[in-house]
Design a protein around this ligand. Sequence first.
Ligand SMILES: [Mg+2]
Length: 407
Amino acid sequence: MKIIRLSWAVLEANYDWTIVRLDAPNGLFGIGEAYMGPGLTAILDELRPLVVGTDIYQMEEIIRRLRGCTVHASPGVCFHAIAGIEAALWDLLGKSLGQPIWKLLGGRFRERVRIYADCHAGDALDSMSSVLQSRTPSWTGTQVVAAEVSLKHHGWNPAEAEYPEPAQYRARAREMADRGFTALKFDADIPTPLPTDNYNRSLRRDEIDFVLERLRAVRAEIGPGVDFAVDCHWNYTTADAIKLGRALGELDLLWFEDPIPPESIRQLKAVQAGVPMPVATGENHYLLTDFLRLIEEGDVRVLAPDVQKIGALDLKALSRVADAMATSLTIHNISSPIGTMFSAHVCGSIPNFLALEWHGAAVPFFDDLAGPIIDRGFITLTDAPGLGVTLNEDVARRYAKPGEDFF
Ligand SMILES: [Mg+2]
């Protein structure tokens, strides 16, 4: 069965959500999602002749060839585009065989996939462009004040930022625990009123205390029955990451995410040796060889790959090796319901799974795009063919990014 068309739609949400569609004869089609990145749809356009006309039952060969043809420019956004195509192929394959994706991936270890709610700094994250600049999506009435985004405090627009209060952290933790989530994540790299150097990756004791006070409010609110992790977005030096990690030791964190720049594998080992909780990293990595180095040389205890970046085939391979090396996987995810659902199929099919991220709490139309998929903190894997959900194109069109194709 041949692919006869490759198309995509870009939705403007808290991030750009790029939904890839592959059409086969007789009205059959599959959809998947590609992780955002500058130039993503131009790459999809260039890959189109390499995809149209191929056999949908030749997935491994198709992905191998697409990676081979982009090897001089890979990984990065080329991998994002290829992961979107791979995901659409899985949906198409499942629909053509009448089987859910989790069965094609080898079956499920769990029927209900545990979701963790990304709570940012207790407040809603701005909408961000593919180069992480605050923007005003076409569907909101509010105007974002344009400003240079702080490098030290990932995702914060200093023109708008109010310093997050402990009460904000506490309230968001309570809201998510009440909604049934058994795992949460909060940011440590938040703006403070304290003077700081925006470039030197250092943390003074008073800055650490400012963060600790807010994260303590979370643990006090949720008690020991809900897990929570902390994200640092690659911001600190090895020495300062260790200082912060030790200070957060009393919180019994699920993991301590991206404390230092992601490529610094031996320094990650030093951080892991210096802090009491598991260090997590992986959302910026693409190659199986790099993940292996993270386990072997970096002593990383929790890997956090993104399915919309590396695809399901490599994630399954990574899971096998990581499991043999006693390492857990938590799955990074900032995607729409389409990418989130695809990730859930993958998460159901791997043994060493901790939790799948959900970053969509601040997106008012998340549940409208494909119907609610998260119930009391879990996604249930059903027997419906392919992804098991359908994108409502009428709803999606309302949030289409101006200037981009819509299928
Ligand atoms: Mg992260």
